[in-house]
Write a protein that binds this ligand. Sequence first.
Ligand SMILES: [Zn+2]
Length: 108
Amino acid sequence: MIKLPSSVKIDNIEYEVKIIKNLKDEGNELMGCVTYHESVIKIDASQSQDQAINTLAHECMHAISFERGIDSLLKESILERVIDEMAKGFVQLIRDNPELIKCIKKTK
Ligand SMILES: [Zn+2]
């Protein structure tokens, strides 16, 4: 059973996080997706907890790049690779640096 927050705030937008069985887009199976106009992040329910965390971080990176208007600067295939590696690096950064997170929380 995947446990994720029910929402994430990305810049000024609150994205609802939904765990969905058999998540698909036009027949293609998806691990996750973000629907910008609805501010919804969907995560496929069949993943392990660790995979789901990485998928949520990946979709958050997409939302950050959309909200900040940088997603259109790169070709889609390159953007996808950048998003994926940045998300994995971000999750690892948070895991490995609790003191960093404390410092960040104390600032605005
Ligand atoms: Zn992606």
